[in-house]
Design a protein around this ligand. Structure first.
Ligand code: ZN
Length: 402
């Protein structure tokens, strides 16, 4: 009997261990940073937040010696990770470190090349093959062709000239060219990116490279007049590389990296680089082609946060938060449980100290999804001159749909 009980007990324990290891099995990412002509002290941290927020990765940081210092001891154990994210534009790595990195990728390791990382290592042949395209640091026609989107394909232009340029930072639209690729599938095919450098005239070997998305570099913004590659995938040996040219981080607020489209493609691109698949579900708030969607904390707003911010809404100012609420309600169409949750949140807000404009705006959403539960608060708002009209409208709609 004692034996029997201990057997059951150990089986149960095994079950718990198995279950928790399933739940905790995350992909391992290593961010390499420490030298950059950008603000790497800020960027490596936000890249880590973005990856961890996807709930797909754990993240470690490898910080190189400072510029000009001895690099011989800098040799992260790449093989311990599923994906290496390069936030690095600086001194050459030692021959041994380069060799180790090459064999990591050749054997199937994943890499993310982020923004100015493609500027680094102009003379390291394998790195340039992995990045596909790069710029600055003496890159020219010897580095490979310019690549841009022309006549519905990634066009290779061998004309001579320097690699890498950008005009002043501005908001621009990103256009997906491979919308069925796992990284992009399900996302809007066009979305506005927040203020960023629009990397242009990148050039490199561009072998085994697929251009996933481009942005038009408008001559009015000192651009090339070309559709420049923004997102790319590259195969190197058995390894996969995801390259994003976006996400500039300087001394000012890192708004380019707070763009929902940048965040989402980075999270999905890193997973694809690590495994060849994307299992992450799309978030409720997707980027859109009207205005850049900014996520201050590098993740979608919780419902509470969204309503807290929407409470301060004023007509004539940003519609962002109320729009996000309306969008979520639209997306939840047919999902009774979710709609009932939104109804409860709106009722709470209508009964709170929210602005008159917020209350009037939310009455319209409530008119679509409201039930008898919404009527008491609407009757109260109807008694108030400032909210009378919208409350009456909502009451009428709700009574009609009964
Ligand atoms: Zn930059």
């Amino acid at each position: 009997m004692k034996n029997y009980i201990s057997k059951i007990f150990s089986l149960a324990l095994l079950g718990i261990v198995f279950l928790s290891s399933c739940q905790e099995k995350k992909l391992k990412a290593l961010i390499v940073t420490g030298q950059n002509n950008h603000n790497w002290e800020v960027s490596h941290d936000l890249l880590s937040k973005i990856l961890v927020n996807s709930e797909t990765f754990t993240c470690e940081i490898a910080t190189s010696p400072a510029k000009g210092e001895d690099m011989s001891g800098f040799n992260p154990t790449f093989d311990d990770f599923d994906v290496v994210v390069l936030d690095y534009n600086g001194d050459d790595w030692s021959a041994q470190t380069q060799k180790d990195f090459e064999s990591f990728v050749k054997n199937g390791g994943g890499v993310v090349v982020y923004h100015a990382s493609s500027n680094s290592f102009p003379n390291w042949e394998a790195f340039n093959q992995m990045a596909g395209l790069g710029g600055w640091n003496g890159r020219n026609e010897k580095s490979g062709p310019y690549v841009y989107w022309k006549n519905d394909e990634a066009f290779r232009d061998d004309s001579p000239g320097k690699g890498g340029t950008h005009g002043p930072q501005h908001e621009f639209m990103v256009i997906h060219r491979q919308p069925e690729h796992p990284i992009l599938k399900g996302m809007p095919e066009k979305w506005m990116h927040s203020k960023d450098e629009l990397y242009s005239k990148l050039r490199g070997p561009a072998e085994n490279m697929t251009v996933l998305a481009t942005a038009y570099a408008d001559p009015k913004k000192k651009g090339t007049g070309r559709h420049e590659p923004m997102l790319m995938t590259i195969k190197y040996g058995k390894g996969r590389i995801f390259h994003t040219a976006m996400g500039h981080v300087g001394k000012e607020r890192p708004i380019a990296a707070q763009s929902a489209g940048f965040i989402l493609t980075l999270q999905r691109g890193a997973e694809w680089a690590a495994t060849g698949l994307v299992t992450q579900e799309l978030p409720e708030d997707l980027p859109n082609k009207a205005v850049p969607l900014i996520l201050h904390n590098y993740k979608s707003y919780s419902l509470d946060e969204l309503f807290q911010r929407a409470k301060k809404f004023e007509y004539g100012k940003s519609h962002k938060y109320v729009n996000l609420i309306s969008n979520r309600i639209r997306m939840a169409s047919g999902d009774a449980e979710k709609l009932s949750l939104y109804e409860t949140k709106i009722i709470e807000t209508l009964a709170s100290d929210a602005s008159v404009d917020a209350k009037n705006y939310l009455c319209r959403d409530l008119s679509w999804i409201g039930s008898a539960n919404a009527l008491p608060v609407l009757e109260e708002l109807k008694a108030n001159e400032a909210t009378k009209e919208m409350a009456s409208f909502a009451i009428e709609r709700i009574n009609q749909s009964k």
